[in-house]
Design a protein around this ligand. Sequence first.
Ligand SMILES: *[C@@H]1O[C@H](CO)[C@@H](O)[C@H](O)[C@H]1NC(C)=O
Length: 316
Amino acid sequence: MESRGMRVRVAAISLVVALLWSGVSGGSISIYWGQRGDEATLADTCASGNFEIVMLAFLITFGNGQTPVLNLAGHCDPPSGGCKSLSTQIESCHSSGVKVFLSLGGSVGNAMITSAEDAQEVANYLWNNYLGGNSGSRPLGPAVLDGIDFDIESTTAHWDDLAKAVSKLSTNSKKVYLSAAPQCPYPDASLGDALQTGLFDYVWIQFYNNPPCQYANEDASNLVNSWNHWTTSVPTAQTRSFYLGLPAAPRAAGSGYIDPHVLIEKVLPKIKPSSKYGGVMLWSKYWDEQTNYSSTIKDSVIMKPSLVELPTLASL
Ligand SMILES: *[C@@H]1O[C@H](CO)[C@@H](O)[C@H](O)[C@H]1NC(C)=O
């Protein structure tokens, strides 16, 4: 018969193993969703179990007094209120432990901030329409998003002001995460000043469409040098902030696609030892469905607890 002491001991060991996992684990996949009506639903994307964070792409126009424009391609029609039904899907993501961010920018539209005051107005708009506030419109209904992603690829000024204003929206009961998707040439032309604020929780660097700093010709050295430059130059709000941003299929970007097996064998082993490594970002859910990229790399993206830490269990 098992003694009570034994059961307590087994429970304690399980707890320590769980803590070791959470303490040293890291390495998750984030993904952009929204720009293809023929990709999986948001709820199914979250239910796949492959992703920790899903970025809704994109709020394409805002700032300078413009009426903000949300574009989710063929998924739903924001002006008619057709995207409010996404609320239940966002909540189902939350029940699966997946965070959902609103991504600002993208490569079309008119994303701009003209002054610190304008930044504050946009932050107020985001708070009332997508975060913890209230408004009569709320394009995605009542669900409260977890963060704001900056995928700014055109204008350059005042993004630091917006980062500061958004960071102040966190409350004691709910944090508002900040993420950014700079291009790999350092510093990023649009987000350089914003990133130097140190306010971003996640930085997914786009290692694609940028030959000088991406994987090319079976050679990871430009990518690794760029990774090292980024992770030692940009202050962030948490430790494991940096993600390797990659196209999920050859046609998802003009250049920079890395075969998943090459990623696993030749690239991740050079990136994962970095204490700043947080995981891999993929563009995008539609393209991931053409290749099953996330399913292929998932187990290799995760940091496994190292065996050297296990002997500490003996002291129990
Ligand atoms: C991806 O995985 C799904 C489900 O396992 C499978 O049906 C599909 O054929 C796979 N697609 C590719 C391109 O491997």
